[in-house]
Design a protein around this ligand. Structure first.
Ligand SMILES: [Zn+2]
Length: 127
């Protein structure tokens, strides 16, 4: 079974770096877990609101420049936040990134403030 992005997910990737979009487009077709894009490009005002709410800790988020996306796992079309779903998605996204030679970082690999839904381009390669 192969999944595909909804129009909404595609709309949320507007303004996201084409290298990251290409990786996600490839990953969705072979991910064992369906997923949607919840957020891509962010305005400074929204980023500030997220920091105020405690959902983010930086005003220099890669979301501000289209270098990051957040995903949500879907099981039978419904959003699930169960942690085990996210490493499975990440593995597929990482494989697609490797194939395309794209330096990608998964928030789930961070030692602190682990962020399973978050993927970003490596700033050292994509300034
Ligand atoms: Zn994020």
């Amino acid at each position: 079974m192969s999944f595909r992005f909804s129009t909404r997910s595609r709309a949320r990737m507007k303004g996201v770096h084409p290298a990251l979009v290409a990786v996600l487009e490839s990953a969705i077709t072979r991910s064992p877990v369906d997923f949607m894009i919840t957020e891509g490009l962010r305005t400074p005002a929204r980023q500030a609101a997220l920091v105020r709410a405690g959902a983010s800790h930086t005003l220099k988020s890669p979301h501000l420049t289209g270098h990051a996306v957040d995903v949500a796992a879907l099981v039978e079309g419904k959003v699930r936040w169960d942690w085990p779903l996210y490493p499975r998605i990440a593995e597929t996204v990482k494989t697609a990134a490797k194939e395309q030679g794209v330096a990608l970082i998964w928030g789930g690999d961070w030692p602190t403030l682990r962020d399973g839904p978050h993927f970003e381009l490596d700033r050292r390669v994509f300034p």
